[in-house]
Structures are given as structure tokens and as C-alpha cells.
Ligand binder design. Structure first.
Ligand code: IVH
Length: 684
């Protein structure tokens, strides 16, 4: 029976709901529905799709085993390891590789296959007798994750081999990626969703920073139905384990075979006869990389002849017959519209570039810090200049310098402003021997706003919904003059300032929650110079209350491990200031807890071990995870090094951390293994 209009509409709605709540589940602190209710939605959609198969989108895989129920992915041991590649950072390193190859092959003529290095996520697809049976991520190269249900939603990945070939086993390696257009689409949708969230007084959700993160996050979804809503693509570039395939002589033969089987092969692949041609290929794509509809970060060069490959063999880490030529960070030029100065909570004046928006490495850049006076002078960038912009370390945009040939004739060096941009127009000063220029006016509204923003932010009292916009609104209206005023806000005040009823209620609720934050959070939130989370924690644990800290002398404070003279003087000085005494009293009257100190006596399973967490975990907030590591005697670091004991990988993990961990052979753990690690101190 054909589906009624009502059923069609309900199916569409269910897909929306599932996608919405799936995101909530991962990104927000409070999922809006229970797991059981979520499962009920999935069940209902599954029932409709079974009854009306015509409503089932080609990729709906709600009916695949494991879809929409598994939150972690099962481990898959790669029967043939997924190796990484050695890098060549420039032409000379590429030529050095070419020489090693020539030497290893007694200077036999050698053909090379040049492929674009797609900036995505490596996958291994296993086909048995022509059917896709498993898809796995690379993981540490030996063990990856089973993402079959999610990968099966990718249109470009064949589920059955095309043509007549039915090898017993065919493992295809390739890159799953998100195109620039699909990324823009997803990002816009997420931003719209966030606007709605903010209007409803809810915390905005993280928006993926670049196509690579978006692609990885989309693939590692709890529910394959969500992956299906994301436009992911795939290029195949290598064989893994095979059984019952024809005898191939060359790599390009294997690519032809894969193309016949229905796999997308990148159209820019070229077979060349010399290293000079390889160099040309690299130069060509380095200059045209921006014109491609997807992101590449280099070129992969492979020896074509498979018997030559065998002669060359492998090192412990990578094949000798291939190399990844990495492009330098992507650079774009754009107009420098203006240079402005922002005032931080300590009064520091930081110049920043206002740019004509430009897309660099997959995301739009319209502002970039210029650090300080000296940096602007050194770079000699001026408003009106065309400037070169790039992303340092993939994420943070940076102005490299001006394109002098395009500088307008009448241009003059930029002068650091002498006045604070706020209404008081107080004088900015640069102290002898200091790099920073500061506004030293204690009443400066810019400093005041930044202090409040710091106080309510996640590193401080973490007041949900109390972001920059809210601070500016309440501060401009004169409703809050310092952070103490936050705790006397009322529904009436908020309504009078144009907040909605729901938003006001939510805001007051999160303010109330913040009253019982641990003492170390309160200390950090106050923004005392030099006092970071680690020292704040030592103080909190040793003294047990804010009043005890206030009463302590600098000498007593500096006796604490991790609190030196500088911090001690700064803390003692801060509490001795009259203005701060008034503030502390306001906070006390406002009901903020001053002695909330968590005493832990967890087993010290991680003593001496450093653990790094990347991406979002399901059962732990970022700080909770760090806390759990520290409580067990471990160190929680923010970057991966050779000393890292393990990298805990959550949803939408940081590309560079993951890459580094893979390069250094640091074990990567999912959330389950992390919990086991906390308990036992051992790796799975
Ligand atoms: S071949 C043993 N070909 O780059 C051969 N890799 O740096 C292994 N990648 O892990 C890989 N495009 O994720 C190969 N055309 C291409 C590639 C490519 C992107 C990625 C892949 C791999 C990493 C190595």
C-alpha cells in the first residue's frame, strides 16, 4: 500500500528528530530526551521504512546491524597493516627520496604514479565475494574501528562490486573526505541551529573548524542515519589484502581495476617517467590547490611497477616505494581593511587585522591577531595593503606580510593608537622594556567587560548561556558593573533588558548552578594575574576556603607546591585591594560557595603517566576528563609528544593530535578503554 501523506511527513520528521537528538547527545551537556526515547524514534522510523520501502532513501541504513545503537565502535585488526608514509617537505627532500629509490633499484628506469594527497580520513573497505562486509578506520595502523554502518551510507562507496569481478577478498584503501561545498553547507546549517539555540537561552554547539574535522566527525557518529545526512565522498588509492584478483603488474593497473569495480578514482592521477615530471606535478597542484572542490595537503608519489615495489620493501613505519610530498601551509591574499586594537581583561591592547573575508584551508578568515606593536612594525602591514594570510598549524589564521607590489601609493605606516578605544579614551601606555601596550584606567569598560566574560566562561564559573553577547548587553545597560552583580540579577531585570521568559529562567538557573562551583574554579574566574588552574587547585586543596586564602600572607601562600613567590605576591596583593574586598563581599552576599573543595582519594592508577584527550567524550566534559586523570595521579596534557602514555579520542578529534599520535605510535583509546585505563592504569 502506498504511504499516506501523513506517513511520508512523519518519516521526514523522524529523520530530523533523530539527527537533532543525535547531535544533542554528543555536543550538549544535557541531552533533551532519554536513550529509550531516542531508541523509540529509531524504531518508529525503521518500522515505517520496512512497511514502505519506497520511502527509504538509498542510504538509509537504520536497518543495518549495529546502526543507531552502538555508541562506540568495535575494534578491527587490519590483516594487512595500514602504514603511513614518509614525508618530503620540499623539492630537495623529494629528490633525496628519488635517489634512494634509484639506488635501491640499481638505477633501473622507474615510473611514478602521482596522486593528490587528500586531506581526509583513511579507510579500509573489505569486500568478500563482491559484497562490502566491513569498513574500518586506520586507527593506529594495526587496529582500527569498525565503521561499516556509517560507511555504508556514503553514496560513492560501492556496496557491491560493479561488473563481473567477484574476488574472494578485495580490500580497498582510500580516503573519505568532505568536499568544500558540503562543508559550507553543514557549517551554515550548524550556525543557524546555534542562532536558534542562543535565542532559546541554550549553549551553542561546536561548529566544525574545517572539512577534515567535519568529515571525521560525520563518520564517527553514533547513528549511521546521521552520517547519511552528511555529504561524504571517497577516493580509492590502494589495495590491501586480496584473494582471487588478477595478477597486476603495476599500481595504475590496480587503479584501473578498482575503477571497473565501481570505485571512484581521483581524475588527477598521473603516471610519469621521471622525477622531474613528479616535481612539475607537485608544483602544478601546489599553485592550483585552491581550485579543487576538496582539500589536499600534498601529493603522494608511488613507484608504479609492483615488482620494483617488492624490491624496495618497507621500513618499520612506511613503504620505501612511496612518499608524501607535503605542501607548505596554504596562503591566500586578501585586503587588509583595517587594523584595530582590542583591550583584554588586564588592559593589554592587542592589535588585530580586519580582513576582507577569504577562505583559507577550508574556512573563512576575516580577522587575525597581530600580537603586539612590534609585530605590526616588523611586518609593516598597513590598512589598504593586500596581505598574505595563512593558517598556522591548520587552525589559527596569521597575517604573513604585505604584498609590496600592490601597496597603494599614498600609504603610510600604521601607528599604534595612543587612546583606549572605549568611551573614556584613556591613554595607552607601554612600560619600559615591555612588549605590551596597556590601558591602565581601572574604570575602563572594555577591561570590565572582558573580566566578566572571563568569569562566566568555561575556564571560570562556566555559566551556561552567559556569553559575550549577554555580558555586553547587561554591561552596556549598566545592570552589571562587576562579576558580583551577576548574583543579584532577577527575572524582572532580565525581562526589562529584553530577555525572553525562557531565556531569563535558563540564565538564572545556570547562574544558580555556578554558585556551587569548586573553589579552584572561583579562584581562576577572578582573573588574578599569574594564577592558573594548577596553582589555584593547590591553593584550594591546601587552604580549603577563600577566607583562609585571603587571610594568608604571601609567605604562607608561597609555601605551597607549585605556588612560587610571583604567584603568591600577586594573590596576596589582589586580595589586599579595597575594590577586590568589596567584590568578594558581593559574591559572598550573592551566595557563592567559598569553601567548596573536593577531596579525592582515588587509587593512583596513572601516577607518572601523561594522558591527552581530544574531541568530545560522551560521559565526560573536557574538564571532567582532565580531572579524572589528575585525581588518579596522572598528568593531563594538551599536546601529544613521545612521552604521552595514551591519547583518548572522542567525537570530532583534533587532526594534529591524532596525526602526531599515529606518527609517534602513541596508543589511541576510545571512551570505554579510557574508563578502563582510569580504573586499572593499563592499556587494553
Ligand atoms: S597511500 C602505504 N595515497 O595520507 C600507502 N595515502 O601520509 C598508504 N592519503 O594515511 C597510503 N591521499 O590517509 C595514499 N593518494 C593517496 C593519499 C593518501 C591521502 C593519506 C592517507 C595516509 C596518509 C599518509
Amino acid at each position: 500500500m502506498a504511504a499516506s501523506k501523513k506517513v511520508v511527513a512523519r518519516a521526514a520528521e523522524l529523520r530530523e528528530l533523530i539527527s537533532y537528538h543525535n547531535d544533542r547527545y554528543f555536543g550538549a551537556d544535557e541531552p533533551e530526551i532519554s536513550d529509550a526515547e531516542f531508541d523509540e524514534l529509531v524504531r518508529e522510523l525503521r518500522n515505517i521504512e520496512t512497511e514502505h520501502p519506497e520511502l527509504k532513501p538509498e542510504q538509509s541504513l537504520l536497518d543495518l546491524p549495529g546502526a543507531a545503537s552502538s555508541t562506540t565502535f568495535a575494534p578491527v585488526t587490519h590483516r594487512q597493516p595500514m602504514m603511513s608514509l614518509d614525508n618530503a617537505m620540499d623539492e630537495s627532500e623529494l629528490r633525496a627520496w628519488g635517489e634512494r629509490v634509484a639506488k635501491g633499484l640499481d638505477h633501473q628506469p622507474t615510473r611514478f604514479v602521482c596522486e593528490l594527497k587528500i586531506d581526509g580520513l583513511a579507510l579500509s573497505l573489505r569486500f568478500e565475494n563482491g559484497a562490502l562486509v566491513q569498513a574500518a578506520t586506520r586507527g593506529d595502523g594495526k587496529v582500527g574501528e569498525d565503521v561499516t554502518a556509517n560507511v555504508a551510507t556514503i553514496k560513492e562507496v560501492p556496496k557491491k562490486l560493479q561488473g563481473s569481478a567477484r574476488p574472494a577478498v578485495l580490500e580497498v584503501r582510500g580516503e573519505v573526505y568532505m568536499s568544500k561545498a558540503a562543508f559550507d553547507h553543514l557549517r551554515n546549517a550548524k550556525m543557524k541551529e546555534n542562532e536558534a539555540r542562543i535565542a532559546a537561552g541554550k549553549k551553542p554547539q561546536p561548529v566544525p573548524a574545517n572539512p577534515r574535522n567535519a568529515g571525521a566527525g560525520s563518520l564517527r557518529q553514533k547513528d549511521a542515519a546521521v552520517t547519511a545526512t552528511r555529504e561524504l565522498s571517497f577516493w580509492a588509492y590502494q589495495l590491501g589484502e586480496v584473494e582471487g584478483v588478477p595478477q597486476f603488474d603495476s599500481h595504475h593497473d590496480t587503479l584501473d581495476y578498482l575503477a571497473k569495480c565501481g570505485f571512484p578514482i581521483n581524475p588527477e592521477v598521473r603516471v610519469v617517467d621521471s622525477l622531474d615530471e613528479v616535481v612539475k606535478f607537485c608544483a602544478h597542484w601546489q599553485s592550483l590547490r585552491n581550485d579543487l572542490p576538496y582539500i589536499i595537503d600534498g601529493v603522494v608519489v608511488k613507484v608504479d611497477d609492483l615488482s620494483q615495489r617488492e624490491r624496495l620493501g618497507f621500513t618499520s613505519k612506511a613503504p620505501r616505494w612511496a612518499v608524501a610530498v607535503k605542501f607548505p601551509p596554504e596562503e591566500r591574499t586578501t585586503l587588509l581593511r583595517d587594523i584595530m586594537v582590542s583591550i583584554g581583561r588586564t588592559g593589554r591592547a592587542t592589535p588585530f587585522a580586519v580582513l576582507e573575508p577569504v577562505v583559507v584551508a577550508g574556512s573563512t578568515v576575516s580577522m587575525s591577531t597581530l600580537h603586539n606593536r612590534e609585530q605590526v612594525q616588523l611586518k609593516d602591514v598597513r590598512p589598504g595593503d593586500t596581505v598574505v594570510v595563512r593558517k598556522a598549524g591548520d587552525v589559527i589564521p596569521e597575517v604573513v606580510g604585505p604584498v609590496l607590489a600592490l601597496r597603494p601609493k599614498n600609504s603610510k605606516p600604521w601607528k599604534f593608537p595612543t587612546k583606549c578605544p572605549c568611551d573614556l579614551r584613556s591613554t595607552l601606555v607601554q612600560a619600559e622594556g615591555e612588549a605590551d601596550t596597556r590601558c591602565v584606567e581601572p574604570e575602563c569598560p572594555n577591561q570590565r567587560d572582558q573580566k566578566i566574560i572571563h568569569f562566566t566562561s568555561r575556564v571560570g564559573m562556566d555559566i551556561e548561556g552567559f556569553g559575550e553577547k549577554t555580558v555586553y548587553k547587561l554591561s552596556d545597560a549598566g545592570v552589571i558593573e562587576d562579576v558580583g552583580d551577576i548574583y543579584s540579577l532577577t527575572t524582572e531585570t532580565l525581562l526589562a533588558q529584553g530577555f525572553g521568559e525562557v531565556q531569563s529562567a535558563n540564565l538564572l538557573k545556570s547562574i544558580d548552578t555556578s554558585r556551587s562551583r569548586p573553589l579552584e574554579k572561583l579562584l581562576v574566574a577572578l582573573g588574578i594575574k599569574h594564577l592558573g588552574p594548577a596553582a589555584a587547585e593547590s591553593l584550594a586543596r591546601r587552604f580549603g576556603s577563600l577566607d583562609a586564602i585571603t587571610a594568608a600572607s604571601a609567605d604562607e601562600l608561597s609555601a605551597i607546591d607549585g605556588v612560587g613567590d610571583v604567584i603568591a605576591e600577586s594573590v596576596a596583593g589582589w586580595f589586599a585591594t579595597k575594590q577586590h574586598k568589596t567584590l568578594i563581599n558581593k559574591l559572598r552576599k550573592g551566595g557563592v560557595a567559598f569553601d567548596n573543595v573536593v577531596v579525592v582519594d582515588a587509587p593512583q592508577t596513572l601516577a607518572g603517566k601523561t594522558v591527552v584527550v581530544t574531541g568530545t567524550l560522551e560521559r565526560y566534559g573536557r574538564e571532567e576528563a582532565q580531572r579524572a586523570i589528575k585525581d588518579r595521579g596522572g598528568k593531563s596534557a594538551s599536546s601529544v609528544s613521545a612521552k604521552t602514555f595514551a591519547l583518548v579520542v572522542g567525537n570530532e578529534p583534533g587532526a594534529s593530535k591524532l596525526k602526531k599520535a599515529i606518527e609517534l605510535g602513541v596508543p589511541q583509546l576510545d571512551e570505554k578503554s579510557f574508563e578502563r585505563l582510569l580504573e586499572t592504569g593499563e592499556l587494553p
